[in-house]
Design a protein around this ligand. Structure first.
Ligand code: GLU
Length: 329
């Protein structure tokens, strides 16, 4: 693997999009919105659309869910342009990236347990908000102090401080354009976004204490290696984007274009998710499921919904897509 160059579709230089579900259960109405949106964006741009099964978080994966998801996509007429890949088979790529970050002093081992991190915050008088993740207090930045390494973390502050010119000019500009340490990025639907990564998340995890690869590192490495130029995914992932942009910059990888799609809310007003028991898609009528997803994306209703094939409906929506989402630029 060459981290900066990528392989596969990377050399085509055209549009390459992807859908990257975690096989923690079958697709539901909410995940179909992201699948359909990423497929339509790729089709509207006459680009390629890839599927990547994000099964690094093995304790949360359900055996067979990957095959169920692939079958559901197939039934909905969303066919990938290359064979799907599984993150669980790509550990060597993530290790190469971690080694590259270590070599630059941008990753370090961490011995802290969650409890110790909470205690460090309490000692500093910081209260933990409900559901909020605590930014890492930086305890192991100066060494493990004789304790065994558990996880590996990205040295966010050090990277933002250094941000070497020439290699990370864009990040440097973005970070400095409004306020120091604020990472500014653009989303095709949400517009300009900003996050102070040091304050919001601090030194985030690259490899977990249980030895599993963290989502942030795996997603950045895979998007680059697969030559992904456009990321279309659910809005619940938007606040991960600044961390991913920092990692791209630190590894000398290109930053794709981002579009985060509207979330589908359940009857209780909460985002539909596998965790809160969202029902699997009803495959007896894939067009009905697609129509619901299309509606969530603001696409026009079909004139003859009962007299049209899935393929024709998809083609109509692909035509309407650029009027709503401004094309793929
Ligand atoms: N695997 C993630 C999920 O299913 C999506 C990752 C991404 O699209 O960046 O929530």
């Amino acid at each position: 693997m060459t981290l900066a160059g990528g392989t596969n579709a990377a050399n085509a230089r055209g549009y390459v999009g992807r859908f990257a579900p975690s096989p923690t259960g079958p697709l539901h109405a909410g995940s179909l919105v992201a699948a359909l949106a990423s497929w339509l964006d790729a089709r509207a741009a006459q680009g390629q659309w890839l599927v990547r099964l994000e099964d690094v978080d093995t304790p949360r994966c359900i055996p067979g869910a990957d095959q169920t998801i692939l079958h559901q996509l197939e039934r909905c007429g969303l066919h990938p342009d290359a064979p799907p890949v599984w993150q669980s088979q790509r550990g060597a790529l993530y290790q190469t990236a971690l080694d590259a970050l270590c070599a630059q002093g941008l990753a370090y081992p961490c011995a802290c347990s969650r409890k110790e991190i909470e205690e460090a915050h309490t000692a500093r008088g910081h209260a933990k908000e409900r559901h909020a993740a605590l930014p890492y207090p930086g305890t192991c930045r100066t060494g493990l102090h004789g304790r065994p390494a558990r996880a590996w973390r990205f040295h966010t502050e050090s990277f933002i401080e250094k941000c070497p010119p020439g290699r990370a000019e864009k990040a440097q500009e973005a970070i400095n354009s409004i306020a120091p340490n604020l990472l500014i990025w653009h989303d095709r639907r949400l517009g300009q976004q900003a996050q102070n990564v040091c304050q919001a998340v601090g030194d985030f995890v690259l490899k977990r204490a249980d030895g599993l690869w963290a989502y942030q590192l795996a997603v950045v490495v895979d998007d680059a290696e697969q030559g992904i130029t456009h990321i279309v995914r659910g809005e619940d992932l938007a606040d991960n984007t600044p961390r991913q942009i920092l990692l791209q910059q630190a590894l000398g990888l290109p930053t794709p274009t981002y579009l985060h799609t509207p979330l589908v809310l359940g009857a209780n007003g909460e985002k539909l998710s596998k965790q809160n028991g969202a029902a699997a898609l009803d495959l007896s009528d894939p067009l009905a499921a697609l129509r619901q997803a299309a509606q969530a994306l603001g696409l026009p209703a079909l004139a003859h919904p009962h007299n049209i094939s899935v393929a024709d409906a998809l083609a109509l929506w692909a035509k309407a897509w650029p009027r709503i989402y401004n094309g793929a630029s």
